[in-house]
Design a protein around this ligand. Structure first.
Ligand code: GLA
Length: 385
């Protein structure tokens, strides 16, 4: 167990007398396929070595005791009292609520959790919190849900109390990750395949802009609405059921005059990004890193100009990366409006690249970026019992 897991376990042992299991629930990166998980696309995420650790044990009472180590704050509730609350409480309570809605009987338990995913970084700390708890409860109460059912439960949990109408990518990747592998997730059929990430002398580096522009979740829901609005037109005009069936952005353009400019731009992006991700998956499997990197830049361009979810800080970092011959590709990652950029960089150039970028970014925005060299991990798992 690493130091975070040990800390969570120590806190648990100081607070409670029950005997816990310890679980790891990872954050995720996404190589490509942004904002298309809720548009029937394909996405290419992977679970990472940053995540949330849970110590959880049945306590034989009817009380549920949570302690969030990162907030140094506790919460005790009975099942009858589960309702919407603020901050971290919303995420754990919403998961409990989903089990109740499935008719599952939750008994009393003790729970301490904490982790190392920087908040607002686009690495999906919320999915890691939700997935870790769902997995642990499924285990200690023998609910019998499989990993896909758990991911879907967590997606509903995120929609419900926190109110973010997210797609399935984050929780699916967190729960189903495989060490050193990327997941190619088909978000329409909710199925996946793995392939090994071979970057021949390169590594994935995340650069944290350290900005997370406010109203990000509100803006996220707005983007989702725009796509739904566009789909109403496209279903009728193109006789399709889903974005996946639209052959090219030219087909969307034929009906531009029937949509607002914002709706049109979102639909154009979605159709292009679905095609781009399929192409990117093929290139990565053929070890064509250069081709793959070009598609990452194209994705960023679309996120920035069409989907309108980037910001000056992310654009600045991607532009710097594009001007550096040792970076094969870069783009903003996740929901948007800041968070991290994902970069594929030649190993021996990583140190210099981080130093140069840190200095330039600081000069421009007076903010010190954080950089993380990523390793891919297994999905949610029990690490001790
Ligand atoms: C957030 C959401 C995901 C996905 C990404 C954008 O991370 O939770 O479902 O839509 O944004 O790709």
């Amino acid at each position: 167990m690493n130091s975070i897991a040990t800390n969570v376990l120590n806190i648990f042992n100081n607070k409670f007398s029950s005997q816990p299991n310890v679980y790891y629930s990872p954050g995720r990166i996404n190589l490509i396929g942004e904002h298309i998980d809720y548009n029937d696309g394909y996405v290419m995420p992977a679970a990472i070595d940053k995540g949330v650790y849970y110590a959880v044990a049945v306590n034989g009472t009817s009380t549920i005791n949570f302690f969030a180590a990162d907030f140094n704050e506790g919460l005790s509730v009975s099942v009858a009292e589960i309702k919407k609350m603020d901050g971290w409480k919303n995420y754990v309570l919403s998961v409990l609520n989903e089990f109740v809605l499935l008719g599952k009987t939750i008994g009393g338990f003790d729970c301490v959790f904490g982790g190392d995913i920087p908040r607002g970084s686009g690495m999906s700390s919320s999915a890691a919190v939700e997935g870790g708890l769902a997995y642990a409860l499924n285990d200690i109460f023998n609910f019998g849900l499989n990993r896909v059912e758990l991911a879907l439960l967590c997606q509903r949990a995120e929609h419900n109390f926190p109110g973010v109408n997210c797609g399935i990518m984050d929780m699916y990747a967190s729960i189903n990750g495989k060490k050193d592998h990327v997941i190619l997730l088909d978000c329409k059929n909710i199925t996946h395949e793995y392939f090994p990430l071979q970057l021949s002398g390169h590594k994935i580096v995340l650069l944290n802009t350290k900005v997370h522009h406010t109203l990000a979740s509100g803006e996220y829901n707005v983007r989702r609405k725009r796509c739904e609005e566009g789909m109403v037109v496209l279903k009728k005009e193109l006789n399709v059921q889903s974005f996946r069936e639209i052959k090219s952005a030219a087909d969307v353009e034929l009906h531009k005059d029937k949509m607002t400019p914002e709706v049109y731009n979102c639909c154009k992006f979605v159709v292009e990004e679905i095609a781009r991700t399929q192409k990117a998956a093929a290139l990565l499997q053929q070890n064509d890193l250069k081709g793959f990197g070009q598609l990452m830049y194209a994705c960023h361009e679309g996120l920035s100009k069409l989907y309108d979810v980037s910001c000056p800080e992310s654009d600045f970092l991607v532009l710097l990366a594009a001007g550096n011959e040792n970076v094969v590709g870069a783009r903003q990652m996740g929901g948007g409006f800041g968070g991290c950029t994902i970069n594929i960089i030649k190993e021996e150039a990583i140190e210099d690249f981080i130093a140069e970028t840190t200095a330039a970014y600081k000069k421009q925005f007076s903010i010190e970026i954080e950089a993380y060299v990523m390793e891919l991990s297994n999905g949610t798992e029990k690490i001790s019992s």
